[in-house]
Design a protein around this ligand. Structure first.
Ligand SMILES: [Zn+2]
Length: 79
């Protein structure tokens, strides 16, 4: 369960770097912006505005983190 911590995962154009179970740094490779993301929060402005309208809003960083936590993404360096 802890195998994914401290390992980078590529999810489309994002790099998800889990720091602890349920919490990660997410780097947007487009804008080289580093975000702090958990299952229900993110420091990006999309989430800030989206969550004002909907409590369960998920930005693409949260979606990417959930994919990693669900085991859908394998670490970048594995075949
Ligand atoms: Zn976000």
């Amino acid at each position: 369960m802890n195998g994914y911590v401290k390992q980078p995962f590529m999810v489309n154009d994002l790099v998800v770097y889990p720091e602890s179970p349920g919490r990660a740094r997410v780097i947007d490779t487009d804008c080289r912006y580093e975000l702090e993301t958990s299952r229900d929060s993110c420091t990006c402005c999309t989430f800030r505005f989206g969550s004002m309208r909907r409590r369960d809003f998920e930005c693409r960083h949260i979606k990417a983190l959930k994919k990693v936590l669900n085991g859908e993404i394998r670490p970048d360096y594995l075949p």
